[in-house]
Every structure is written in structure tokens, then in C-alpha cells.
Design a protein around this ligand. Structure first.
Ligand code: FAD
Length: 297
């Protein structure tokens, strides 16, 4: 019988291994409650304590399902002067709500749906300024072509390219909730990216300075896949290449370089609907793998 665990998987590639994200949690809790890893055919779980006293545990498994999302990896770009700014800064992940920003001058950074929706909430109660790297990509009404958008994300994932922000595939639209902010002109004159932050706000290359009390970074998230780093799944293009499943654009879950690893909620399945469809596909892939290893015995 072939039994593979994290260490065995990585030692195939000539290195020692651990699943980094699991280190400080009880392994059963992490694998079950947090949904970080699904182990099919777990056959052993020795306990150990590392030098810092954190409990670690090894699970032997034939396959691994990683469903770690993006929420734990908020992304804030590195900008010159970031440490100089004396006001408050929030990210989408720590957004305190419109009431906390009432009456203040808020600079919203980002060109995606989060920035648009924050402005919709904040503009009626605060003075807002919108900064985007590129001009906002507005969509001309109508329903979003969901299949086309996901197909584009799948195409990139199959090539092993790093996931891009969703807005690149969907474009932006103003909903009923954003009409009050639109009437106030909150979306009318987005500014390009500033050159640097200064104590009182931001400064642009042409010398313009805007004073702000708060910066709200609506700059997105990155896939939480650091725990997989020892497995060397990453392609030279920066992402984890997935195998295409014909006729199921959200079903690409299997790592192209190692069929034992499934990623759910990554790439084309990084949406509520996509993740549930991908979960079904990942379960099928795991079942096929476990059956194949049983047949080989
Ligand atoms: C701000 C924001 C808005 C979004 N809005 C929408 C929307 O409107 N519609 C939509 O369809 N999708 C939306 N998404 C996409 C969203 O990612 C999916 O809808 C869905 O929540 C993903 O589910 P998931 O189970 O894959 O990931 P998550 O819900 O993020 O769950 C991942 C879990 O894994 C845990 N975890 C992470 N790393 C580790 C680790 N190393 N070890 C152990 N556990 C770990 C996390 O703590 C978490 O419990 C949004 C995402 C963001 C960030």
C-alpha cells in the first residue's frame, strides 16, 4: 500500500515538509472546523511540540484538499511614506462601517467592487476621495456574463497564472444602494494613484496634496496558499496550475503537477457558487484517487 503524507509528498521532491498554516492549531480542529485540509485515508497522527511549545500534529493522507480562501490574506500595496501617515488606515477586512467614518475625510483606494460599494455607503455621511490605479472599468448595465467571466479566470488558472482581481473579468456596476453616492458625485472624478503618503494625507507626482483623516484600502486579497509552499506547486507564471475539466469551468481543482492536491475556492472556484461546485468535483477526484490506490494494492 502506498501511504503519502505531507512529508512524503514533499520528500518526493527532495525536501522536508510541513503544512505551515496548521502549526499552531489543533490539527483536528484545523482540518475539520476551519476546513483547511481534507485528508482522505488518514492513517496516523503522531503528536509533537515544537521549540516554541506550539502543538503540531502530522496527518498521513493519500490526498489533500486545500480550501483556505483569501480572507486571511488581505493585500495592501507597499507605498512610499506609508509609515508617515498619521491618520487611520483600514482594509476591506477591517472596515469599521460607515458610522465610524461619519464626518471625516476618507480616501478609498482600489478600483474593484469593494471600493465602489464602500463609496456607496460612506459618501452620504463623509467627505470621500477615490483613488484607482487604472480608470474604473464600468460595465454598461445588463447582467454580467458569468460564464464568460469564469471561463477567463479558468483559462488563466489552467496556464498557472496568478489569480487576478475579479473586477478584471466582471467590470463595475452601480446598484440601487450606490445611487445616493452617485448623485453626490462620489464616482465622478477618480484620481490616479498618488506618489507617496505624507503625514497629513497623500501627495501626487504633480505636487497636489490631499489631506485625509482615513485611508480605506479596498485593494483586495491574495489566495491563502502559503501552507502549500513546501509542495512546490507554484508555476513559473506565479499561480498554481490546475487541470481543466471539460464542460465544467468551475471544476478545475486538481493541481496540474500533483493530482493528490485539490484546491477548492481557488481560481475559477473562488466564489460562493464556484466553491460549492468545485467541492463536488474535488470529492470525485479524491474518490477516484483513493479507488485507484486501493486497486493497485
Ligand atoms: C471582501 C470579499 C467579498 C466577496 N464577495 C463575494 C460575493 O459577493 N460573492 C461571491 O460569490 N464571492 C465573493 N467573494 C469570494 C469569496 O472568497 C467566496 O465567496 C467564498 O467566501 C470563498 O469560500 P471559501 O470556503 O473558499 O473560503 P473562506 O470562506 O475564505 O474560508 C477559508 C477558511 O480557511 C481558513 N484558513 C485560511 N488559511 C488557513 C491555513 N493556512 N490553515 C488553516 N485554515 C486556514 C480561513 O480562516 C477560513 O476559515 C468575496 C471575497 C472577499 C474577500
Amino acid at each position: 500500500m502506498t501511504v503519502l503524507d505531507h512529508r512524503a509528498i514533499a520528500s518526493d521532491r527532495g525536501e522536508g515538509v510541513r503544512a505551515e498554516g496548521m502549526q499552531s492549531e489543533d490539527a483536528a480542529g484545523a482540518a475539520g472546523a476551519a476546513g483547511a485540509a481534507g485528508a482522505a485515508g488518514a492513517v496516523g497522527a503522531p503528536d509533537a511540540a515544537d521549540g516554541a511549545g506550539a502543538r503540531t500534529r502530522s496527518l498521513l493522507a493519500r490526498t489533500l484538499i486545500s480550501a483556505t480562501g483569501t480572507w486571511t490574506r488581505p493585500f495592501v500595496p507597499a507605498v512610499p511614506g506609508a509609515a508617515d501617515f498619521t491618520g487611520e488606515q483600514f482594509h476591506t477586512a477591517s472596515y469599521p462601517g460607515a458610522d465610524a467614518l461619519r464626518g471625516r475625510r476618507v480616501m478609498v483606494v482600489g478600483g474593484g467592487a469593494s471600493a465602489v460599494q464602500f463609496l456607496g455607503e460612506i459618501a452620504p455621511v463623509a467627505d470621500t476621495l477615490w483613488v484607482t490605479r487604472r480608470p474604473p472599468q464600468w460595465r454598461d448595465g445588463g447582467e454580467i456574463e458569468g460564464l464568460a467571466a469564469v471561463t477567463e479566470v479558468e483559462r488563466r488558472a489552467v496556464l498557472g497564472e496568478a489569480p487576478r482581481s475579479v473586477v478584471a473579468a466582471t467590470g463595475l456596476v452601480l446598484r440601487e444602494q450606490e445611487q445616493a453616492a452617485r448623485a453626490l458625485g462620489a464616482y465622478d472624478h477618480p484620481l490616479p494613484m498618488f506618489e507617496r503618503l505624507v503625514p497629513e494625507g497623500a501627495r501626487w507626482a504633480d505636487g497636489r496634496v490631499e489631506r485625509v483623516d482615513v485611508i480605506l484600502w479596498a485593494t483586495g486579497f491574495r489566495p491563502a496558499t502559503q501552507h502549500l509552499a513546501p509542495l512546490r506547486l507554484r508555476s513559473p507564471r506565479g499561480g498554481i496550475a490546475l487541470r481543466r475539466v471539460p464542460g465544467n469551468v468551475q471544476g478545475a481543482t486538481t493541481a496540474a503537477v500533483d493530482e493528490r492536491i485539490q484546491l477548492v475556492g481557488y481560481g475559477p472556484s473562488a466564489s460562493t457558487i464556484g466553491a460549492s461546485r468545485a467541492a463536488r468535483q474535488a470529492a470525485r477526484a479524491v474518490a477516484a484517487l483513493v479507488r485507484a490506490s486501493a486497486d493497485a494494492r
